[in-house]
Design a protein around this ligand. Structure first.
Ligand SMILES: Cc1cc2nc3c(=O)[nH]c(=O)nc-3n(C[C@H](O)[C@H](O)[C@H](O)COP(=O)(O)OP(=O)(O)OC[C@H]3O[C@@H](n4cnc5c(N)ncnc54)[C@H](O)[C@@H]3O)c2cc1C
Length: 329
């Protein structure tokens, strides 16, 4: 690691003030489970001048609820979220997604803010500088994405144009399905945006002086069936090859609400809007679930080595819809 200035921030104002002061030359450190690896392996061309520890900011790790919403501070740990009675009661897909991340040692350290903002896991992007030099891929300002014609078995099957890395965050998939919003603080003030609008093909919409401070989640209807499914190569400690989060409401046998989100298939979590629309007004059956799954993957354009992801994604969507119907009305 190279040396850098280290500051233990005492408030959000101090943290965003420092981000503004360093003009993109500072990095926030929450649990450090992603950032420290990125710095140690020197995978990025620019090394931060300063690392701002935000774990020292009091009051950002709470999980609170009122009648309609849950609010989770950006520093709440994934372990805390997965075991929270409040989250398990109203948003079980978030508890499951948080609990499906890595291993307990990492979940004890990792925060929800860091999980949403973690860097991509593409093996070309992550190629360590110490082993033959970093790869200057499109995401790092280079001209091409080596995955496009290379080892692309874990890469995007939809929605990618220049960079085929997928969004690695499990909680982003659940939070998109839940229609959650992010509270963002910056040097110029605060704003709130839906998680659905947070990700961009090469990262997220945070400005260089901004940070996430909280997640605001509307509680789904009590009769909505929530399902989170994650397909991995290994059971423990593995990123999703494909994940699906769905929230489906059935009234008197008919589907009246559907949100279906696919993870690890694109640079951003993908809402299967056409499949959602297809389900509304239908009586849900295995055949309808299979048709919706086909519709959800209609736009997929696999690379040479990842066509298999399409079948996995279809199966997960179908299973998620079927499991949702098992919930009490
Ligand atoms: C072995 C291993 C397996 C893993 N498996 C999975 C998995 O299956 N699914 C999954 O989703 N993840 C997985 N991860 C990634 C892991 O979830 C992330 O490392 C973790 O969630 C990051 O949280 P953190 O608090 O440690 O973030 P940090 O490492 O502190 O920060 C990560 C990034 O987010 C930024 N950041 C942190 N907090 C904020 C904030 N509040 N506002 C703005 N920016 C912020 C930092 O500047 C940094 O760029 C795995 C990681 C490892 C090491």
């Amino acid at each position: 690691m190279k040396s850098f200035v280290h500051v233990n921030a005492q408030s959000v104002e101090e943290a965003v003030g420092l981000l503004a002061q360093y003009r993109g030359g500072a990095k926030l450190n929450a649990g450090g489970t992603d950032l420290l690896g990125v710095l140690k392996d020197r995978i990025l061309p620019d090394y931060p001048e300063a690392v701002i520890n935000i774990k020292t900011i009091p009051g950002l790790d709470t999980i609170e609820e009122d009648a309609d919403r849950i609010r989770i501070g950006a520093l709440a740990t994934l372990a805390g979220i997965s075991s929270s009675p409040v989250v398990n009661e109203s948003c079980p897909i978030l508890a499951e997604a948080a609990g499906a991340v890595a291993a307990i040692q990492i979940r004890n350290m990792a925060t929800i803010g860091g999980n949403l903002c973690q860097d991509t896991r593409c093996w070309y992007y992550r190629y360590p500088n110490e082993i033959g030099g970093m790869i200057n891929c499109f995401r790092k300002g280079g001209k091409t994405c080596p995955a496009a014609a290379g080892e692309n078995q874990y890469h995007a099957i939809m929605g990618a144009k220049k960079c085929f890395a997928v969004c690695p965050s499990d909680t982003a998939v659940a939070l998109t399905a839940l229609g959650a919003k992010l509270d963002i603080a910056g040097a110029a003030g605060t704003r709130q945006i839906p998680v659905e609008e947070f990700y961009t093909p090469l990262g997220n919409v945070l400005g260089p002086d901004e940070m996430i401070t909280a997640i605001d989640i509307p509680k789904p209807a009590h009769n909505a069936g929530q399902v989170f499914l994650k397909f991995t190569v290994r059971k423990p400690i593995d990123f999703a090859l494909v994940s699906v989060a769905s929230i489906i409401t059935v009234d008197e046998g008919i589907c009246t609400g559907a949100r279906i989100v696919l993870g690890a298939v694109a640079p951003i979590p993908v809402r299967a809007l056409q499949a959602e629309e297809f389900l509304i007004g239908k009586e849900l059956s295995p055949e309808i679930a299979a048709q919706a799954a086909d519709i959800a993957l209609t736009g997929a354009k696999p690379l040479a080595k990842n066509e298999y992801k399409i079948e996995i994604a279809k199966t997960l969507v179908k299973r998620a819809i079927e499991k949702s119907v098992g919930k009490p009305e």
